[in-house]
Design a protein around this ligand. Structure first.
Ligand code: 3PG
Length: 417
């Protein structure tokens, strides 16, 4: 979308004073699995501008944390505390989404109040309709039917989840004006530059845990010619190694099988991608094993191993660095390994540093990647740090995100033009 402001409502289009606004944010954050403490609040911080912009409304905030079954899938109570601290203003938390006690709280709100609802994914409807593009289905959920009569506007600021068709993200578009928040605006504006910059080579680094998303992204990027080269690390790197015929060992295979519901399909897809574009995919040339907490780098010929792969090796870092140095545009999504553990953070650190030091137009996505940039003090060196992981990369493949489609639809319904 060349000029999104022509089709999508922004915060400049309305006066929110005294109005009830339902603000969908993405404050899905890395948490300490034991204490539940928020380890990195970049995503929370990113929405502060939008929240402040809406300070004279009655502001209801809705969000999710992780996915059912994951160990960081939990309540949003700590997020409310963190928001209060940052805003220096009380953000009330309520343990529900649309139950009577929640609706009563909403009706009692005064101008300037902020209320954070519970993790939307605690409610089956939110994820049940995942991927369903028909807005009427989202609109017919209890989430939307119960909340929409209470609100005047829906603000979509959750760019990081904008590739998900879920009721809290897309279901309000036909019912009340659905408006892009400041994060959404900034992301659309900056990421769009990737298509308008006429440069080559363009290189992508795909890493992290979300191999199901990454594999889709790799295929789309190569099919649409968005990038010239894809470098792989993290779980997706391991998947490509397996698809290339390397046996990582029983433990590693079992880990991937348990982490990825459609493991077999992902490996087959990786195999197919390697067949179609063998010269465009780089897989690690060496890996680092976690041997009782110690870093142990091995060449691929020493596989399989009984120890888990936790990082890319030094030769891989050198190879990848060369490609990044020559690039005119680099997009990174996700870390190269288990960067949270010091001993296994080298691959991630070195790749991030290479990107920061290169002259390429640099875009970093991956949600949790910002924690790494912060730690390395490299934030100022990157052209655009996206709050999105999957959404950022999906955007870059040229696909219109479901959330952006819904915003456009709302613009049509409520006569933006
Ligand atoms: C993210 O962290 O990428 C977003 O919050 C979306 O989360 P999801 O991939 O679990 O839908």
């Amino acid at each position: 979308m060349e000029n999104y402001r022509d089709e999508i409502f922004t915060l400049d289009d309305f006066d929110f004073e005294g109005k009830t606004v339902l603000l969908r944010v993405d404050i899905n954050s890395p948490l300490d699995p034991k204490s539940g403490r928020i380890l990195d609040d970049h995503r929370i911080q990113s929405h502060i501008e939008t929240i402040r912009r809406l300070n004279d409304s009655k502001l209801i905030i809705i969000a999710h944390q992780s996915r059912p079954g994951k160990n960081d899938y939990t309540t949003l109570e700590p997020h409310a505390e963190r928001l209060s601290k940052i805003l220096r203003k009380e953000v009330k938390y309520v343990d529900g989404l649309f139950d009577t006690h929640v609706l009563e709280k909403i009706r009692d709100m005064k101008k300037g109040d902020i209320l954070l609802l519970e993790n939307a994914r605690f409610f089956a409807e939110e994820t049940y309709l995942k991927g369903e593009e028909d807005l009427n289905k989202h609109e017919n959920t209890h989430i939307v039917k119960k909340l929409s009569p209470e609100v005047d506007f829906h603000v979509h600021d959750a760019f990081a989840a904008a590739h998900r068709a879920q009721p809290t993200l897309v279901g309000f578009a036909n019912v009340v004006p659905s408006i892009a928040g400041k994060v959404m605006e900034r992301e659309l504006e900056n990421l769009n530059k990737v298509f308008t910059l006429d440069v080559s080579p363009k290189v992508a680094f795909l890493g992290g845990m979300k191999a199901d998303d990454s594999i889709e992204v790799a295929r789309h990027m190569l099919e649409k010619g968005v990038v010239d080269k894809i470098l792989t690390g993290g779980v997706i790197g391991n998947i490509f190694l397996m698809a290339s015929g390397y046996d990582l060992g029983d433990g590693n295979r079992k880990f991937l099988e348990s982490e990825l519901t459609n493991y077999k399909k992902i490996v087959d897809e990786a195999d197919n991608i390697l067949d179609r574009w063998p010269e465009k995919i780089d897989v690690p040339v060496d890996v680092v094993l976690n041997v009782k907490g110690e870093r142990n780098g091995i060449p691929l010929k020493d596989l399989p191993s009984e120890y888990p792969v936790f990082d890319i090796g030094l030769d891989t870092i050198t190879e990848y660095r060369k490609k990044i140095d020559k690039a005119s545009l680099v997009v990174l999504n996700g870390p190269a390994g288990a960067f949270e553990i010091e001993a296994f953070s080298i691959g991630t650190r070195e790749i991030f540093k290479a990107i920061a030091l290169s002259d390429a137009y640099s875009i970093i996505g991956g949600g949790h990647s910002t924690a790494v940039l912060d730690k390395l003090d490299l934030e100022g060196e990157i052209d655009h740090i996206s709050t999105g992981g999957g959404s950022c990369i999906n955007f870059l493949t040229g696909k219109e995100l479901e959330g952006v489609q819904a915003l456009r639809r709302s613009g049509e319904v409520f006569k933006k033009r």
